[in-house]
Design a protein around this ligand. Structure first.
Ligand code: C5P
Length: 298
């Protein structure tokens, strides 16, 4: 009998994101530096008497078979073929990462399911094989499989590790009730915004592990092509951005939004900012950058 396994599925932020061009298949080529945070969902895999998988999610709206976790399980089972019956597993997903917020929660859940079930079912697939399956599930899944700090290219399927970011406290916030569809944000994107901002200064800052150069990157204000497309349409997000600035922080939007984040050097500063953002009616999280994911076996 397999043992129960709890897997953390961390949120991601885009330290920088540039949309380069629209592709004939409707997707966009990107250049992005991604970073994982301590904020995480948890995926629990428990042995089950009957073969196949059962799925439970702490958020009823996400409990359907179309959840990326179920799609990851189905893809793995298909890849495994009929060589032998797969051990029965109950998959429970406990959500903490806000949904449709630009934090890659669903993609990270899918990556955790691919890794966890690969091991639970003893399939022995390599990271390269998991990356290929991940890309079929969603553009951010390959990055979530790799984790840490990474350079992401293509549609999201080309991922390469970068040196781990120096530890930072991170304040994350989003206006209550605001969810954005990634597909809609991309569809409304004006090609005049493509190729900007240039990520070279960010990539150099990360390679050099320079806190000072990172601070300068965020102080520059323009970190994400999609922010320039989303912000003018979203007054609540403009107000949230102003609040960050009044608190002395330099916010950046993650992915297709609406989450804004700021890196902080000190815990007191981060704690005070998170409290002030929450008191102003936003959802706010105090978290930190992580370099790898821990797995707990029972
Ligand atoms: O790959 P994923 O399903 O997460 O992407 C959601 C939507 O975001 C896609 O349907 C597409 O409209 C858009 N997208 C894009 N270019 C990317 C990633 C996502 O146009 N590189």
């Amino acid at each position: 009998m397999e043992k129960a396994v709890a897997i953390r599925a961390p949120a991601k932020i885009n330290l920088g994101l540039t949309v380069l061009r629209r592709r004939p298949d409707g997707y966009h080529d990107l250049l992005s530096v991604m970073q994982q945070l301590s904020l995480a969902d948890t995926l629990l895999l428990e042995p089950h008497r009957e073969p196949g998988w059962r799925f439970f999610c702490s958020e009823p709206a996400l409990s359907g078979e179309d959840n990326l976790v179920c799609r990851a399980a189905a893809l793995l089972a298909e890849k495994a073929g009929q060589r032998r019956p797969l051990p029965g597993v109950k998959i429970s997903l406990f959500k903490s990462i806000p949904v449709a917020a630009g934090l890659g929660g669903g993609s990270s859940d899918a990556a955790a399911a691919l890794k966890g079930l690969n091991s639970f079912w003893g399939l022995g697939l390599s990271l390269a094989e998991l990356l290929e399956l991940g890309a079929a599930l969603g553009s951010d899944v390959p990055y979530c499989l790799l984790g840490g700090t990474a350079l992401v290219q293509g549609r999201g399927e080309k991922v390469a590790s970068l040196p781990a970011l120096p530890f930072h406290w991170v304040v994350l916030a989003l206006p209550p009730g605001l969810q954005l569809s990634t597909a809609q944000v991309y569809a409304a994107l004006n090609p005049g915004l493509f190729m900007s901002p240039r990520l070279e200064p960010l990539i150099a800052a990360v390679r050099e592990r320079s806190r000072r150069a990172l601070r300068l990157w965020f102080a520059g204000g323009a970190t994400n092509t999609l922010e320039a497309a989303v912000l003018p349409q979203q007054p609540p997000l403009q107000a949230l951005k102003r609040l960050f600035l009044e608190l002395g922080l330099h916010p950046a939007m993650s992915g297709s939004g609406p989450s804004l984040f700021a890196l902080c050097d000190s815990l007191p500063q981060a704690r005070a900012a998170a409290r002030a953002l929450e008191e102003a009616g936003n959802r706010a999280f105090l978290c930190w950058t992580i370099s790898h994911v821990h797995e707990r076996k029972e």
